[in-house]
Design a protein around this ligand. Sequence first.
Ligand code: ATP
Ligand code: MG
Ligand code: MG
Length: 551
Amino acid sequence: SETESRNFIEAIIDRDLAEGVCDTVHTRFPPEPNGYLHIGHAKSILLNYGLARQYNGKFNMRFDDTNPTKEDVEFVESIKEDIQWLGADWEDRLFFASDYFGEMYEAAVKLIKKGKAYVSDLTAEQIKEYRGTLTEPGRDDPFNSRSVEENLELFEEMREGKYADGEKVLRARIDMASPNINMRDPVIYRVAHMTHHNTGDKWCIYPMYDFAHPIEDAIEGITHSICTLEFEDHRPLYDWVVRELEYPSPPKQIEFAKLYLKNVVTGKRYIKKLVQEGIVDGWDDPRLVSIAALRRRGFTPDSIRKFVELCGVSKAHSTADYAMLEYCIREDLKAKAPRVMAILDPVKLIIDNYPEGQTEMLTVGNNPENETLGSREVPFGRELYIEREDFMEEPPKKYFRMFPGNEVRLMNAYFVKCTGCVKDENGKITQVHCTYDPASKGGNSPDGRKVKGTIHWVAASTAVPAEIRLYENIIDEEKGVYNVEDGSLNLNPNSLTVMKNCRVEPSLTGAVSPERFQFVRQGFFCVDSRDSRPDGLVFNRIVSLKSSFVL
Ligand code: ATP
Ligand code: MG
Ligand code: MG
């Protein structure tokens, strides 16, 4: 909106447009298909897509699949699904970097012909040693003096498969004395006899990331290539590649700080272990922060967009609280989600003076903050379920719910006065008893009598059984994510509570993912996309209602 100040990337784009550096904006999101996307990636996706939209430009989806050792095609579909879900629409612009291997090869040949690249026989270790350190300049590669003809021939032989992995590489000829080590004749092609998921065995040489990425951007006409801060000191190399290859309108790399969430697990290695050990039930377990997990937990694309916006775009590293993400979903759902009644830990409430066998339908508004959601009919009867914790035989001070002699409001229904309870042989309460005031229908007494407590309920005869899953952080926040001694995760043993015996109101019959509700007094919930069935509803708590987070 107009009131928001422009971030530094918008300022760069504005200037580029004003100065005619480019006349349109074209961005891309370039994941390596080697894992599930997480909340950090969402920031990059929404930033790139958002800029394209804002400037009436274009947004490309590109799989950066140039490295055959690490990629795993199984992730291609999940990544596409996540990006679509977030609402970033690449239209018909879906690309695979491996489709450009031919152009990349030609680009390397062009550099050799210009005297800007040479084949080296040094081993990876020797190359590292020759490149020097921050305090010590690099030394010339002994193979640096090969002629253009010899380099062309050797590079061709590399492509033909004459050499084993590691036997020869192609290096860019830049500056072995540069203070930036990335500029000390970086390797741009290597031999790797590997099958690639897209190109099969066509190639046995593969381009390095720093060489491939600017070419991918240039081929696609990307104007602003946005990446994260760790690539900042690779930018001179990026610029060198597009300059030496003489692209007419070269793309420009811009770096921003990664988004980190406090006390969450994002590392693939760790998540893999949690899955293998059965601590989580997959990469989309609602306690994780992969986009698939957030989706299954019940977060909306809008809430994630809002979160990313609040985090802002800058060059300064920062860590956001999960509480801010929770704030965003509460804000998004409070006026959108219907408010219904669900009992997580039920105990029977019997209204002894209510006619036996009678059921009446009460009209209840679906959301007091949003009249457009209308109302529904909720059955009420002599036997109800209430939360076990809403009754206490011997209440402490300030307990305003049900206890013998106390009158409370049954939400949207009647005033009831508690008369006692029934216990089984173990002392467990099996029934709570009360009487109701028929004149208080709707939840107010005509004589102006006040009650301090209002509790929710579900009519027993029409209640629908359900399983409800409650979550806490999978990490023990007091201890921090990692154990200092062995680097293992500090897990919270209470991160999942499964309530198997819940009762929900009949309006929830037929609820399916991705439907979301507010269960009054309990929080926001969604239908679990994986485990819920029409005859066995399963809900996930997205977030509780209370928040300590203030914006
Ligand atoms: P990870 O190691 O967490 O998987 P990555 O850098 O390997 O991250 P890529 O698939 O290479 O992920 O990245 C795709 C894009 O997402 C890149 O442009 C990258 O800079 C961006 N990205 C990755 N992590 C974050 C983050 N935490 N915050 C913002 N952008 C990110
Ligand atoms: Mg990466
Ligand atoms: Mg990755």
